[in-house]
Design a protein around this ligand. Structure first.
Ligand SMILES: C[S@@+](CC[C@H](N)C(=O)[O-])C[C@H]1O[C@@H](n2cnc3c(N)ncnc32)[C@H](O)[C@@H]1O
Length: 307
């Protein structure tokens, strides 16, 4: 009974992508020709987008993670001939468009961060809840891992990363504890790091609303994958490649990403190139947050190309 309920919940989490109805409605997919899903993941949003668009649409799905794309392929198979999936960083979306001879696209969509599928796989090293090597690379072909950062950066550099990308209040204490620990032995697993963090923060923060390791793990993941740099570069590229009347949608999961999206949209809007559709970002319903707790912090921003 418990197992069935758990499986039922995971089915919903994996197959009901975050705010999909809001995404479909606000991207106005009918009559679109070229849809670019910059973070195809398991293909769940892509499935909904192809399904919602007319038969002459074609979707290009990008993702840095080859493992996720294999899953996406099986999900999208019923639409064979109407999509292509590429293992590619969205920072290169302009090169992809060039390769496919696409001058302008109708829709760009980004669903940032990592998926539950990636987070819950201990071998990927993203989660402090399960034991795994400190990896955190979205693209396994990349060189740098979280292990490299945690064991090689100076204490000052670690503080900077924890503060900047995690907005972690106890950055100094945590960095100091990590550096002290690694002088004796290297920090090689997720749970080892989580324990070091837990022990270094004040007792009251060990039992807060979120696990004390949450922000540091987020910070390391962002640093390993250079997530914010990629977003800052890719968004203007996508907006420049949008057709007049085309729409861009971005789901972000923390304030640093959302700030970039908001400012980039504002910047293009001030040049009369973009109309911001969501003055305030759309948020998931209470029902969605209940079913999929990972959607809790999601913010969806939509804009339309006008110039
Ligand atoms: C939240 S998941 C997307 C889930 C997807 N919308 C779905 O329906 O299954 C985010 C995805 O973005 C991918 N990703 C993160 N940064 C990327 C980048 N710079 N370029 C391409 N893909 C990226 C991750 O590998 C992950 O699969």
């Amino acid at each position: 009974m418990v197992v069935t309920k758990f499986l039922d919940k995971m089915e919903k989490v994996y197959h009901y992508p975050v705010m999909w109805q809001e995404v479909i409605d606000s991207l106005k997919l009918i009559d679109r020709e070229v849809i670019i899903d910059c973070t195809a993941g398991l293909g769940s949003h892509a499935y909904k987008m192809i399904q919602a668009s007319e038969k002459n649409s074609f979707l290009i799905g990008l993702d840095k993670d080859s493992q996720s794309l294999k899953e996406a392929y099986w999900k999208l198979k019923p639409f064979e001939g109407r999509f292509v999936l590429l293992q590619e960083d969205f920072i290169n979306l302009d090169k992809v468009c060039q390769e496919f001879d696409i001058k302008k696209a109708d829709v760009f969509f980004f669903d940032l961060g990592i998926s539950t599928y990636q987070l819950t796989n201990p071998q990927r090293g993203f989660s402090f809840l399960s034991e795994g090597a400190l990896d955190m690379r979205i693209n396994k072909d990349n060189f740098l891992t979280a292990f490299d950062l945690v064991n090689n950066l100076s204490e000052r550099e670690l503080v900077k990363i924890f503060k900047k990308f995690g907005e972690e209040r106890y950055s100094r204490r945590i960095a100091h504890a990590a550096v002290t620990h690694r002088q004796k032995s290297l920090i090689s697993t997720t749970t080892q790091l989580a324990e070091i963090i837990e022990k270094s923060v004040p007792v009251k923060s060990r039992f807060g609303r979120i696990h004390p390791a949450t922000r540091v793990f987020q910070a390391l993941r962002i640093a390993v994958n250079r997530e914010l740099e990629a977003l800052k570069i890719a968004l203007p590229k996508a907006i420049n490649l949008l057709k007049k009347g085309g729409r861009i949608g971005v789901i972000s999961f923390h304030s640093l990403e959302d700030r970039i999206v908001k400012h980039t949209f504002k910047n293009f809007a001030s040049q009369n190139l973009l109309k911001i559709i969501t003055k305030k970002p759309k948020r998931p319903t209470e029902e969605e947050k209940r079913i999929n707790s990972a959607s809790r912090s999601a913010k969806l921003r939509i804009a339309e190309k006008i110039g």
